[in-house]
Design a binder for this molecule. Structure first.
Ligand code: UN1
Length: 526
């Protein structure tokens, strides 16, 4: 099934036609799609679909030499792109949004095939790309600097935002298009070419994204400009490619999404050359359900946040703190919902839980459940593998575990649908537990009390980058800044003023007088 489905999807994305051009120099060879055909044949990467574990593509990975060459090309593109007025750059991104809108179904189908999220969620991910692209188009006329009051007569002080340079993007499998889109749509309007190392688990999605950009370029006024062809690059490969990008002084910014160990390695390497990094790492997101909570909303929010994307979002709900007065009721309702959810092939619209990405994810889940048991936890429901007609996909029942949230296992992010559940009697005590993890991405409270809600959002409330009231922890809109504190890495991507990451600020003071007054009233007569 895979070969045909993949080829159909690629056909509708125009990829097979495109490969004759230059993205797939090795061509489509039966089931295999080869990138960098000239590269080391030992260095091959097999891509399997999590739907059934079948191999869907074969790659030769990029090499470190490709990194140096690609950065050089991106630098050349930058020399050109930074001179193009920002609203004109925005016009390319407008065309990208247009192509994505036209190809939405096919792009979503590819996400589902390669990453395994449900069609609804894949459509949502593609929508996220459209949203950030259209946001970036508007932004291309709003890259504002301040004018600042100066203490000197006949002077003016202002700031300008200039393009930064080529940006290296390292992304994870779970949002194989949207996270790159957050970075590259903003990067492109800000004047920066983008070099992307996608997850080794989802390179086909990356190729499709590249195809979209190339198609938009072909439709744009930049279609005859050789430098414009080098605005967007992908390098398929393992962590050595990521490390080479992080080391390269030609990339002033590395934006990395993924695990905490990966983020630390990137931060150290980029930091050693005093480059900038933008990190979006692990989350360990919690929700507090207060006594006044509207339970019909809370239960849906809990289940969507905890089991959506099979618990493989950075923003997935992993910890639930329920007031003791509601504990039994919430526990019963969530258990009931967990036992009802349909699990299976994500292409079937009836299923709301697809497979885990791979066997390692299943093992991590099984291991965490075992540890939770050893640390005093009780499995209320789920955790078992579900056999889907002997398919090689890793389908699991979402797992609900009653445990003290101070247990060590709860402090680590396990990228799987495990929800740890605990009760509280006093909100202060709940907040302490809530914040007592190394990560700080997303959080939520369900309450009808404005006092409790405001406390949760205040400086002494949730310590996360995202704090919500009466909605779940996942499913953030692109308009807000996305990211978190502590081991989540401190970066902010996507909306609000996250664009400033992709630009350099120049503070300018202009003297239009006939004197040279010094700041701070310093006298310096020569
Ligand atoms: C991620 O899991 O890395 O808030 C991104 C959400 C999505 C993005 C998640 N908009 O769930």
């Amino acid at each position: 099934m895979k070969t045909q489905a993949l080829m159909d999807t690629f056909d509708s994305l125009g990829l097979t036609q495109y490969q004759q051009d230059k993205v797939f120099p090795g061509g489509v060879n039966g089931r295999a799609i080869i990138v960098n055909a000239g590269a080391d044949k030992e260095n091959r990467l097999a891509v399997t679909s999590p739907i059934d574990g079948e191999k869907i593509a074969d790659f030769n990975c990029a090499s470190s030499a490709d990194v140096a060459d690609t950065v050089e090309k991106a630098q050349q593109a930058f020399q050109y792109w930074r001179t193009v007025p920002a609203p004109k750059r925005g016009d390319l991104v407008r065309l990208i949004a247009l192509v994505v809108r036209e190809r939405k179904q096919a792009l979503a189908a590819l996400i589902t095939l390669e990453m395994g999220k449900t069609v609804q969620e894949s459509l949502g991910e593609v929508q996220e790309w459209i949203d950030i692209a259209e946001f970036a188009v508007g932004l291309s006329r709003q890259l504002y600097g301040l004018t600042i009051a100066t203490e000197r007569p006949e002077h003016r002080m202002m700031e300008q935002w200039h393009p930064l340079g080529p940006v290296g993007v390292i992304s994870a499998f779970n949002f194989p298009m949207a996270v790159w889109a957050w970075n590259s749509m903003l990067g492109l309007v800000c004047g920066d070419p983008v070099i992307w190392k996608p997850s080794e688990k989802t390179p086909l999605c990356a190729l499709a994204c590249q195809q979209v950009v190339m198609e938009a370029l072909a439709r744009s006024e930049f279609n005859k400009i050789p430098e414009a062809e080098n605005l967007s690059h992908i390098l398929v490969g393992d962590k050595h490619i990521g490390q080479a990008l992080a080391r390269h002084p030609g990339l002033p910014l590395i934006s990395a999404t993924g695990s905490v160990p990966m983020g630390k390695a990137v931060a150290q390497t980029v930091g050693a050359r005093l480059g900038r990094h933008l990190l979006e790492l692990g989350g360990n997101n919690a929700m507090i359900v207060a006594p006044s909570a509207e339970l019909s909303l809370a239960i849906r929010a809990i289940v969507f946040s905890a089991v959506g994307t099979t618990g493989q979002r950075c923003t997935s709900l992993r910890r639930l703190l329920v007031h003791e007065s509601l504990f039994d009721q919430v526990c019963e309702k969530v258990t009931h919902a967990y036992q009802q959810v349909s699990i299976g092939d994500p292409r079937d619209e009836n299923n709301i839980i697809g497979p885990l990405i791979d066997e390692a994810a299943l093992q991590a889940m099984t291991h965490a459940i075992e540890k939770a048991r050893q640390q005093g936890g009780t499995v209320i429901t789920g955790g078992e593998r579900v056999n889907k007609g002997g398919s090689g996909g890793f389908y699991v029942k979402p797992c609900l575990i009653k445990i003290d949230l101070d247990a060590p296992v709860v402090k680590a992010e396990t990228f799987a649908p495990i929800l740890y559940l605990d009760q509280y009697s006093d909100l202060q005590e709940a907040l302490t537990k809530h914040n007592n993890v190394p990560q700080g991405l997303s959080s939520a409270i369900f309450t009808e009390s404005s006092r409790e809600a405001e406390l949760f959002l205040s400086a002494i409330g949730s310590d996360c980058g995202i704090a919500n009231v009466n909605i779940g922890t996942s499913g953030a809109e692109i308009g807000g800044a996305f990211g978190g504190e502590k081991e989540t890495g401190g970066g902010r991507e996507s909306g609000s003023d996250a664009w400033k990451n992709y630009m350099r600020r120049s503070t300018n003071t202009i003297n239009y007088g006939k004197d040279l007054p010094l700041a701070q009233g310093i006298k310096f007569d020569i």
